[in-house]
Design a protein around this ligand. Structure first.
Ligand SMILES: [Fe+2]
Ligand SMILES: [Fe+2]
Length: 367
């Protein structure tokens, strides 16, 4: 796909490229048993479902500002001022700027996360011991390159506004890529990062209703991502048992807890407030504490929690941490084996709608 980069992604302060060192074993599987039929089936599905970024209709004119204005006219600004209860009332212009930048920020983090998935999954090809998983991971690598392509083009050519990687996401990607243990790569990328992305894409689709290009891109990417998350669950199933040894399991718990905090922090979006020239010392705490945003961040864990449960990783330690973050309410939801193809937007939409209904009257009465 050839396109003109009108608004390049900003280069981060740490440079145009970075290196992460790792020492790891590259595993060859000379047995070619191909006995893991569930992975072989997923591999076949992945190949059949692959698409080309050229198929997307790039001629669609994207005008987020107009879209936001239309919403504004329908009372969106008033809703933002009442439901989100910001530190000060925002003018119509500020609501538009905030929305535009939030979209640009979220989509930019998708872009950087996609690049992370591209390299992390290539690492899985090298490290995973079974040929079936190497096959599937190779197919996923191609998916991820396409995802980087479409988000990059959307951000630079259509939205014209983008952000560098959030430091917490960078730390998490570095952690995943420098770890020598193959299961940690899966745990970090397929279970945590992609699990969160799957929920985030569902919300993105909802927030950008009325913009057909991003709807198409998001639907295509989501269909791929739901397979990627299923790939992680199928590959790690049965690995985390009590006879794994206390320390081994404990290290996985530590990793999950650390990754959870990093992912939550990146959703505080301090870069957005800095760019808008709003005081981050005022706005970040608001973002951390306002009930709507707390609920929004929790919802992003709705796919991760049931998957950790299936893998036997919702251990008492992880559970205690997740109880503090009020994330255990998702443990009863369908995991990626029970529901491998269908992403969870319906459940998310329901939760989001319920949340707004619960919070709107009381917040507007207060404001
Ligand atoms: Fe992806
Ligand atoms: Fe993916």
């Amino acid at each position: 796909m050839d396109y003109f980069q009108t608004n390049p992604v900003p280069i981060p302060s740490f440079g145009a490229s970075t290196a992460v060192g790792a020492t790891m074993d590259t595993i060859f599987d000379w047995q070619y048993e191909l006995a893991r039929k569930d992975l072989m089936r997923l591999y076949e599905k992945g190949k059949a479902a692959s698409w080309n970024a050229n198929e997307v209709d790039w001629s669609i004119d994207v005008d987020i500002e107009r879209l936001t204005r239309e919403r504004e006219a329908m009372g969106a600004g008033g809703m933002l001022n009442s439901v989100l209860n910001p530190p000060r009332q925002l003018s119509d212009r500020e609501v538009i700027d905030f929305n535009m930048n939030m979209n640009g920020f979220m989509l930019s983090q998708f872009l950087h996360g996609e690049q992370g998935a591209l390299v992390a999954t290539a690492k899985i090809v090298q490290q995973v011991p079974w040929e079936e998983a190497k096959f599937y991971a190779a197919n996923q690598v191609a998916d991820e390159a396409r995802h980087v392509e479409v988000y990059h083009r959307y951000l630079t050519e259509k939205l014209g506004l983008s952000y560098e990687i959030h430091p917490s996401l960078k730390t998490l990607l570095d952690d995943i890529c420098s770890d020598s243990r193959w299961d940690i790569t899966y745990l970090g990328m397929q279970i945590m990062v992609e699990g969160l992305a799957l929920a985030a894409f569902g919300i993105m689709r909802l927030l950008m209703e009325g913009e057909p290009l991003i709807q198409d891109i998001t639907s295509r990417v989501m269909a791929d991502e739901s397979r990627h998350v299923a790939f992680g669950v199928l590959s790690l199933q049965g690995l985390y048992t009590e006879d794994m040894g206390g320390n081994e399991l404990r290290e996985r718990e530590d990793f999950i807890i650390e990754a959870t905090h990093l992912m939550r922090d990146r959703l505080l979006m301090h870069q957005v407030f800095e760019r808008l020239g709003w005081d981050a010392k005022v706005w970040v705490p608001w973002m951390r504490e306002t009930p709507f945003m707390v609920g929004f961040r929790q919802m992003l864990f709705s796919k991760i929690v049931p998957n950790l449960k299936r893998l036997g990783l919702l251990t008492p330690r992880v559970r205690a941490e997740y109880a503090k973050l009020d994330l255990l309410r998702f443990e009863g939801m369908a995991d990626s084996v029970e529901d491998p193809e269908v992403a969870p937007p319906e459940e998310l939409v329901k939760l989001l709608t319920e949340f707004m209904a619960e919070n709107a009257p009381q917040a507007s009465a207060a404001g």
